[in-house]
Write a protein that binds this ligand. Sequence first.
Ligand code: ZN
Length: 203
Amino acid sequence: MKMNEIGEKYHVYRRDLMLQNSEGVTVTYNRLHNVKEKSPDITRLRELHIEMDNSVAAAFGWGDMELEHGFHETPQGIRFTISEPARREVLSRLLQLNYERYEKEVRQGLHEKDKKKAKEEKPTRQKPQKLVRPEGQLNLLAEPEASEEPEIVESIPPTLSSEIGSWDRCKCLVCDKPVMGFSIAEHTKSEHQGKDPGYRKIM
Ligand SMILES: [Zn+2]
């Protein structure tokens, strides 16, 4: 099944489950992450979650990867998610992909303009311009953009952490960097001394 189909299936199932139980997203995710929760509807939601993650991995050509879904200790407590070794492997493969993509673009001369611009203006950090997008669905590795404009502080509140899934693209509300759901804890720790900066899902 294709990634967008399984994504749709997951969201429809989650919506129906929430309506049927008169429970919001937060309650539903608290149940999902609760190791003692064994009701069939939540078990099914977990299965769909696994299917969705696997289809994303497959879209990257990583059918060989064991994501090892289960209840894993994270800085936010126990979460039903991929294992820590799997998370590290995903990150390292994404970085490698992005690097290869960038090298290829440099060879094609796609970054000549940047060099010229950098010479004319102030020197800027070289960065990948294009992001890896399997089937145009995802934008998983968003290299932090060196923003030249002052940060715009938006008044929209951060997304609740319970509503952020592993594969959701988010934005750090303090440094404005794009962060994947499974990297939020690491970002909070390494960039903000463990103090939650708040994240918002990017749709
Ligand atoms: Zn940040």
